[in-house]
Every structure is written in structure tokens, then in C-alpha cells.
Design a protein around this ligand. Structure first.
Ligand code: PT1
Length: 277
């Protein structure tokens, strides 16, 4: 995948480590302590084998409320600056706001990971100006209300159609295919059944062999499916990650980097031994 000033090799699947920079995650003890704690966690994930660190200052979990632009900037920019000083890991910024995209990329982010798939006015222009790569994710509705009553005629067709349309809009704006990753948005306006159908057909999601990113880590899908609390969903997430890689997924977004790297490597090594019948 083409980044502003280098390429990220996706011929082997990799792990994107989740770095939530929200008050509940890091900042007890003030802003500076929060930044230092987030930086330490990011560097630990790099040591654990994460190829990308995904820095986010606004939760997009079901029911989450939007965060003010200045607040989001204050959360993510200092962390990205410090991480860029300390590591050459690829940094992505999990945001939908054009101003946050611009500032994050100026601070060293190379991928814009947008759950709104650049639908907010100014987002496409921000990505073009930064020369960033982008993850286009499907979401039905918005985080606050998306899980109330998700409805699809055919979830696969609709997700594919949406992503296809967003790719075309990006192309028209001058974002090359080599900069685009696609994501079906597991848990974003989907029932358990919708999520499972998407995961069962990941190999049919991508047009033109575009790389696919999948985020499953600790999601309520596993609460519904397995009856597990959020801290007990690792095995479910690893099974899903392995099956995603089996179907060709290029990037797995996860909190538990050590374990996810092992699951991704194992699934990839088995898949590589497949020979034409
Ligand atoms: C994701 C993702 C993301 N997920 C991308 N970015 C989150 N590209 C944040 C639940 O059901 O999958 N892909 N950024 C986290 N969002 C959720 C959604 C967290 C649903 C939890 C749930 O529990």
C-alpha cells in the first residue's frame, strides 16, 4: 500500500494495534501523563509485532457520543507526534473529522482510518492534501444509534455496493487505488447475523483485489454469540482473525497484539500451503 513517503508491504497479513486515547483509557492524572501512558502502550504494541498503530480520540462503539473537534485534536496530535519521534511504525489516525485528519497527518500519521469512509465534507480533500492512504469502512447509520435496528435487503450486496461507490468517489478525487483499504465494518449497524454473513464471505468483499482490513477485537458480536464479557472475548476474536486471514484479509485491527500476531501468522502459513487442486 502506498503511504505518503514509503510503501507498506501487505503481501503478508499484518496486525494494526488499537490505541484509544480517550479520558477513560489513559488520562487519569492529567493530559501529560495521559500522553506518556499512551506512548508507552503504543511502543509496547510495536515490540509485540504490530505493523500499524491506530490512534483514536473518539469512541465509535455502539451508543458512543461524538467528541468536540478541539478535544479530539488535543487527544490524538500529541500522541502521534511523540510516537513519530520514537518509532518508525506506520501510524493511522481513527477519525472522521477533516481538521483532525490534517493535523494528525502533519504530526506523522500516514493512514486515515475513517468509519464514515470520507463522507464528511472536506474529508476527501484532507486525505488528498496529505497524500495519505485511507481505510474506507462501511457503517449503517451513526455510532450513537446504529445498533437500534439494522436492516439490510442483502448485507453482502449492500456493503460491497457502498464500498465500491466510495472507491469511485475517491478515484474521481485523485486518490489512487494503491492507497485504499476496504473494511466491512463489523459491529457498525449490523446484527450478529449480518456480522457472521460478512465474515463468512470476506473473500467476496474486495473488488479488484483491494486489501481488506477487519476489526473484531472484543466486539459485542462475541457477547451475543458466546455470552462472554468484554474481557473474555479474546478466543472468539482470534478465531475470527484466523478465518479472515484464511480468506485473504490483509490487516487485522486488534487490542491483543501478541496473540493476534500469532493467530494471523499461523493462519497465513497454513493458507500459503494451499496448492491448486
Ligand atoms: C473497525 C473499527 C475501527 N472498529 C476500522 N476502524 C472500531 N477500520 C473503531 C461492538 O459491537 O472495525 N474497523 N475503529 C471500534 N468500534 C466498535 C464497534 C467497537 C462495535 C465495539 C463494537 O461491541
Amino acid at each position: 500500500m502506498q503511504l505518503p513517503a514509503r510503501r507498506l508491504d501487505l503481501s503478508v497479513p499484518c496486525v494494526m494495534g488499537v490505541l484509544n486515547v480517550t479520558p477513560d483509557s489513559f488520562s487519569d492524572g492529567g493530559r501529560y501523563r495521559g500522553v506518556e501512558a499512551a506512548l508507552a502502550r503504543a511502543l509496547a504494541m510495536v515490540d509485540e509485532g504490530a505493523a500499524i498503530i491506530d490512534v483514536g480520540g473518539e469512541s465509535t462503539r455502539p451508543g458512543a457520543a461524538p467528541v468536540d473537534e478541539q478535544e479530539e485534536l488535543d487527544r490524538v496530535v500529541p500522541v502521534i507526534e511523540r510516537l513519530r519521534e520514537r518509532s518508525d511504525v506506520v501510524i493511522s489516525v481513527d477519525t472522521s473529522k477533516p481538521a483532525v485528519m490534517r493535523a494528525a497527518c502533519a504530526a506523522g500519521a500516514e493512514i486515515v482510518n475513517d468509519v464514515y469512509a470520507l463522507r464528511i465534507p472536506g474529508a476527501i480533500e484532507a486525505v488528498v492534501a496529505a497524500g495519505a492512504a485511507v481505510c474506507l469502512m462501511h457503517m449503517q447509520g451513526e455510532p450513537r444509534t446504529m445498533q437500534l435496528a439494522p436492516v439490510y435487503d442483502d448485507v453482502l450486496d449492500e456493503v460491497r455496493g457502498f464500498l465500491d461507490q466510495r472507491v469511485r468517489v475517491c478515484h474521481a478525487a485523485g486518490i489512487a487505488g494503491s492507497r485504499i483499504v476496504l473494511d466491512p465494518g463489523i459491529g457498525f449497524g449490523k446484527t450478529v447475523e449480518h456480522n457472521l454473513r460478512l465474515l463468512a464471505h470476506l473473500d467476496r468483499l474486495s473488488m479488484d483485489d483491494r486489501p481488506v482490513l477487519i476489526g473484531l477485537s472484543r466486539k459485542s458480536l462475541f457477547g451475543s454469540l458466546l455470552g462472554r464479557a468484554v474481557q473474555d472475548r479474546l478466543a472468539g476474536g482470534l478465531a475470527g482473525a484466523a478465518l479472515a486471514v484464511w480468506q485473504g484479509a490483509a490487516i487485522v485491527r486488534a487490542h491483543d497484539v501478541v496473540q493476534t500476531v500469532d493467530a494471523v501468522r499461523t493462519a497465513y502459513q497454513i493458507r500459503m500451503r494451499r496448492t491448486p487442486s
